[in-house]
Design a protein around this ligand. Sequence first.
Ligand code: GDP
Ligand code: CA
Length: 309
Amino acid sequence: MKIVALAGGVGGAKLAHGLAQTLPPEDLTIIVNTGDDFEHLGLYISPDLDTVCYTLAGLANPDTGWGRVNETWQAISNIEKLGGQSWFHLGDQDLATHLERTRRLKEGQCLSEITRDFCKAWGIHHAVIPMSDNPIRTIVNTDEGELAFQEYFVHRRCEPRVKGFRFDGADKAQPTPGVREAIRSADAIVICPSNPWVSIAPILAVPGLRSKIEAKPIAAVSPIIGGQAVKGPAAKMYRELGIEPSALAVAKQYNGLVSHFVMDHIDSQLESDIRSLNMQTLIINTLMKTPDDRRQLAEDVLNFIGTNR
Ligand code: GDP
Ligand code: CA
C-alpha cells in the first residue's frame, strides 16, 4: 500500500523516519516543505529538506533535531571573526551540502534532481521530494511588519508577534513532477506532526496539490500535545492569532481535508469535539522520544488508516 507523507523539519522528519522503517521504498514518498528555503552567504539553504534527509540517513544531530551529528563549526566561527553574518548556524559538514547544492543549482539543475542524487549518496532509499522546484517563500506578517521566514525564525528567535503568513511565489509554482505521480498512485496521505502554519500550509499552497490529495484518506498527527508544541513556535503562533493551541485547534485547521486524526492520550477529552468534525480519531502515544517511538507511531498511523502492509 502506497503512502505519501507531508513533512516539515523536526516533527516531520521523526515520523518520516518511522514510516521509512515500516514501509518499503516503493511504498513511501515524502514531500517536504521548501517554504523555509533561503539564500544566505551566497548559498542555497533548504532546512526542512536537509533535516528530513539527515534524519533518514542517520546523520542528524539527535539533540537539536537539525544539522549533522558530530558536527564542527570552524567555518562559521571564522566567518564571525571576519565580521560576517553568523546568526544562522552552519556546521562544517552541513556546509558541504549547501556548497554542492548551490553549485548544481547555478548549473541549472533543479532542486528535486539534486535531492535525488544527494539521497542516493547518503544511502536513503525512500523518495524524498521537495514540494516544488519553483521558489516559494514563507513570509511572516508580524507586529514589526513582514519578515522573511528565517529572519523571523532564527535571527529574531520567533519574538515578533505573528499576525499571519503568506507564501510568496506559490501562485506561480508547480508541484514537482514526482509529487504528482506519487499522489496519483497513493492509497493514503499522512500529514506528519509538523507545524500546520509554516510547514504544512506552504505544501498545501502549491497549486493543485490540495485538490489532488483531497479524494484520498488523509491521516494527520497532531503536533500539539497537551496544548503545547513539543518544539518550536506552533503553540505561540496559535495564541498570537487568537486561537487556544490544542489538538482540537489543529483538527479544526485541517477540517474538510483530514479524515483520520491522531492525537495523544493526554488530549483524550477533546476526542468527541474532534469526531464532530467528521474525523475518525486514534488516541495513542504521539511523543517520539526514541527511534522505536517513531516506528511505533508510524505503524499505529498505518494500521489506523487501514493500509498497513
Ligand atoms: P520544523 O520545520 O523544524 O519547525 O519542524 P516541523 O514543522 O516538521 O515540526 C515542528 C512541530 O513538530 C512542532 O509543532 C512540534 O510540536 C512537533 N513535534 C516535534 N516532535 C514531536 C513529537 O515527537 N510528537 C509530536 N506529536 N509532535 C512533535
Ligand atoms: Ca521548517
